[in-house]
Design a binder for this molecule. Structure first.
Ligand SMILES: Cc1cc2nc3c(=O)[nH]c(=O)nc-3n(C[C@H](O)[C@H](O)[C@H](O)COP(=O)(O)OP(=O)(O)OC[C@H]3O[C@@H](n4cnc5c(N)ncnc54)[C@H](O)[C@@H]3O)c2cc1C
Length: 427
């Protein structure tokens, strides 16, 4: 924890220094004299702003439609740009892909994107924190909020310090969903979480997914709620992220200054909406993740397309044989059998989408292509909001991915602006 003496009261406290928290902090600091405390439990914000940092600037990518209209999202995206100063990627000749996709009932969205890279994002975040400090925002890094106090505008830090506030904005992200649930139970805020994205991460040689030369992160929508997500190329790697009880795979890439490894990875996800009796997306994701932990001896699994097509498991000894001509970037994924681990309905829809993709960009299903499982994106707890600016109780706001108000960096930032606007407009 930083050696920083905090006051016993702030006009506005913001929990979490991800894009949602930053968006709120900038908006309040730039437009009022309110005292602001931004609290972050890590040394640096831990979500996508820190990892890869691919920014999408086209509605509806990242904006859940139940909360956002195009017109407002567009205005707020301009505000996000003023702070993140994106250098947009070029989008070249995608017409040929769009034409082929249409024949298969598949949509390719044209998106404005910028990419920072995991090696450069730290600098971007440090720059933003410095700007906030220069505007007199108190930034407490490595400082964890233990809990909120019920029926009193106070919160307790991990070191038991109590701090009071007039307004609090919670932007803890997706990973801390159970903490968020406890706080909502305490505040008497009702919530639901019945949606989850389950899928695989696909890794291949760049020559087998050449579309990335024309379109950095192609957003492709397939039938049955399957879509591509978070494509990485250049110097691209797959990572294993720890969640409570399981691992999920994810992908990232370094900035263009780093030497290319000529590999590409992207997620192919299916959105599942659950109904009775299982209604928790987080719980469903956890059950599937735990099953893979059991089957893989505590890791995630990988399978070559060649083995999958033959209906045989991939094996460690033969994983790099013959046509299998590149090494997996996530070496501690265990060679195994996807069809033994994944629910049939999800596997069927994802495989069907991959076959369509192989017709649009021939090469994706080369035998050497690797399928990693699971990639799980929980949608968090969707609180019952009292207004469109994400207020859940007078003086309390919940924003960002942790509240289901966003699904990406730019929309998370926009959700912070909205909550801040509500506070600025009050009285
Ligand atoms: C590895 C990875 C890569 C990603 N890449 C991209 C990408 O390239 N592009 C994109 O658009 N999206 C990406 N995403 C998704 C993106 O991270 C989220 O959409 C976005 O960060 C959500 O912003 P947020 O502010 O709601 O939450 P987060 O960014 O998760 O920030 C929440 C912050 O709150 C802190 N926190 C939580 N609880 C407490 C507490 N009790 N006390 C104090 N602090 C707390 C956390 O440490 C964290 O820093 C990625 C996600 C991951 C995990």
């Amino acid at each position: 924890m930083e050696n920083l003496k905090l006051n016993s009261y702030y006009d506005v406290i913001i929990v979490g220094s991800g894009p949602a928290g930053l968006g709120a902090a900038f908006k309040v600091a730039e437009n009022s004299n309110k005292s602001v405390l931004l609290i972050e439990k890590k040394k640096i914000s831990s979500g996508g702003l820190r990892n890869d940092c691919k920014q999408n600037y086209t509605y509806p990518v990242g904006f859940p439609l139940e909360h956002w209209e195009e017109e407002e999202a567009k205005i707020l995206l301009e505000e996000v740009k003023e702070h993140l100063k994106p250098k947009m990627e070029k989008r070249l000749d995608i017409e040929k892909y769009v034409k082929r996709a249409k024949k298969l009932n598949v949509d390719i969205l044209a998106i404005d994107q910028a990419h920072v890279g995991t090696d450069k994002s730290g600098e971007l975040i440090k720059g933003l924190i410095k700007q906030l400090k220069d505007m007199n925002v108190t930034v407490a890094l490595e400082t964890e909020v233990k809990e909120l106090v019920a029926n009193k505008k106070e919160m307790i830090l991990a070191n038991d310090e109590i701090i009071a506030f007039d307004n609090i904005i919670l932007g803890p992200g997706r990973a801390d969903y159970d903490w968020m649930q406890e706080q909502m139970d305490k505040l008497g805020v009702t919530y639901k979480d019945n949606v989850v994205d389950i899928g695989i991460r696909v890794e291949m040689k760049e020559e087998n997914y050449s579309i990335v030369k024309d379109y950095y992160d192609p957003k492709i929508l397939f039938p049955n709620k399957v879509r591509t997500f978070c494509t990485n190329s250049g110097c691209a790697h797959i990572v294993r992220e720890k969640y409570k009880g399981y691992y999920s795979v994810n992908g990232h890439s370094l900035s263009k200054e780093k030497k290319a490894n000529n590999l590409v990875n992207f997620a192919m996800l299916k959105t599942i909406r659950l109904t009775e009796p299982v209604v928790s997306g987080q719980q469903f994701g956890k059950i599937l993740g735990e099953m893979v932990m059991q089957l893989s001896g505590g890791s995630v699994i990988k399978q070559r397309v060649g083995d999958f097509r033959l209906g045989q498991r991939s094996k460690k000894e033969t994983f790099d044989d013959d046509l299998y001509d590149f090494k997996a970037t996530l070496s501690n994924a265990v060679a195994a059998d996807l069809s033994l681990s994944m629910p049939a309905k999800i596997l069927r829809d994802i495989w069907s989408a991959l076959k369509k993709l192989d017709s649009i960009v021939p090469g994706v299903l080369h035998p050497s292509t690797i399928l990693y499982y699971p990639e799980i994106k929980t949608y968090s707890n969707k609180p019952q909001f009292l207004n469109k600016n994400f207020m859940v109780k007078e003086g309390y706001y919940i924003i960002g991915d942790g509240a289901g108000t966003s699904r990406g960096i730019t929309a998370a930032w926009a959700s912070g602006i909205r909550a801040a606007n509500d506070i600025l407009q009050e009285k």
